[in-house]
Design a protein around this ligand. Structure first.
Ligand SMILES: Nc1ncnc2c1ncn2[C@@H]1O[C@H](COP(=O)(O)OP(=O)(O)OP(=O)(O)O)[C@@H](O)[C@H]1O
Ligand SMILES: [Mg+2]
Length: 308
């Protein structure tokens, strides 16, 4: 990797007694899409806010192109585009007015602003909605406008906090196409998502839980190294099956799969498990691992005897 665009070193943040983020080490290179993936309360927003310099660290540090985002002389504001998880736009301003407002925040010249605005409205397909108030936009359109505002000043690094949460599947796909187009132009993206299926779309992912990075790597490599087996459970009465799985020592964890269950099982499990499930009218159907399964297995390793 060339000199990383973003580095965090032992980055930690407490709120009172809550450790929201614990010793996060990241090094993200130019043109990379890095996904912080984790459940509610994992520490994703805290990490994003630290990177954006919205809050300070309890210990450790953030360097964006070698600079602390909180420093007085920092130029990080010029090279960072930050899209917060929560509403960041003026709801009673129109799409065009929001863009103009953020252009003024970043002191964009008039001609520069016009050109950027047209380009961004084009790529986000918001041209038709320029006169619509932000709070009258759909969830997906709102997120695209927030992204457009974060992109106005041509940042090198984009920090996107759950950019696709609450966005419909079609708009999510468009959003990802847009992100890929941006990194092809050399942008670097740190994003967070609670959606495990989005992990596979990143160049590199970090699985985060209770403020700690549990696992990091390229999605395919992480899945390829997975040492356990994954099964969908077919047939049987759900509660009975769940009880059996929860008591079986070779089952590392279970997760819902629609109305059914999914189980991560030690690779050397005994046929006894098959037999006992069979007695409940259930069968184990092998299925490839996904990121949810990586999480389940990793949490089990963290807390032997404990369950995901
Ligand atoms: N300002 C704050 N004051 C007190 N506690 C906070 C504050 N911000 C975050 N926390 C706590 O820190 C932990 C991590 O929160 P954070 O918002 O970073 O998680 P998250 O991964 O973004 O979750 P979500 O997916 O729900 O957005 C949580 O336990 C949260 O309650
Ligand atoms: Mg959050």
């Amino acid at each position: 990797m060339n000199e990383p665009v973003l580095i965090t070193e032992a980055l930690s943040r407490r709120f009172g007694t809550v450790v929201a983020l614990s010793s996060l080490d990241l090094a993200i290179g130019q043109g990379e899409i890095y996904g912080l993936v984790g459940p509610d309360g994992a520490g994703k927003t805290t990490a994003m806010r630290l990177v954006a310099g919205v809050i300070g660290a309890s210990s450790g540090r953030v360097l964006v192109r070698g600079q602390d985002p909180l420093g007085n002389e920092s130029r990080v504001r010029d090279i960072l585009g930050y899209m917060p998880q929560q509403y960041s736009l003026y709801g009673d301003l129109t799409v065009a007015e929001n863009l103009r407002f953020f252009a003024s925040v970043f002191s964009l010249g008039r001609a520069d602003f016009q050109a950027r605005k047209e380009r961004l409205l084009g790529i986000t397909r918001l041209e038709r909605f320029v006169d619509r108030r932000a709070d009258a936009l759909s969830g997906g359109m709102y997120k695209k406008l927030a992204l457009a505002c974060a992109l106005l000043h041509r940042p090198e690094l984009l920090a996107l906090d759950e950019p696709t949460n609450g966005v419909d599947p079609v708009s999510r796909r468009e959003f990802w196409d847009l992100l890929r187009a941006l990194v092809r132009e050399g942008m670097t993206i740190l994003l967070s998502t609670p959606y495990m299926d989005e992990a596979a779309r990143c160049h590199r992912v970090g699985l985060i839980h209770q403020g700690r990075l549990l696992l990091e790597g390229e999605p395919q490599a992480l899945l390829g190294r997975f040492a356990h087996r994954v099964f969908r459970i077919q047939g049987g009465q759900r509660d009975e099956v769940l009880r059996l799985l929860e008591q079986a020592p070779e089952v590392l964890g279970t997760s819902p799969a629609g109305a059914r269950l999914r189980a991560v099982v030690r690779a050397d499990f005994a046929p006894e498990l098959d037999r006992r499930l069979g007695a409940l009218g259930s069968t184990l159907v092998p299925t490839p691992p996904d990121f949810e399964d990586l999480f389940v297995a990793r949490l089990h390793e963290e807390q032997p005897g404990g369950r995901a």
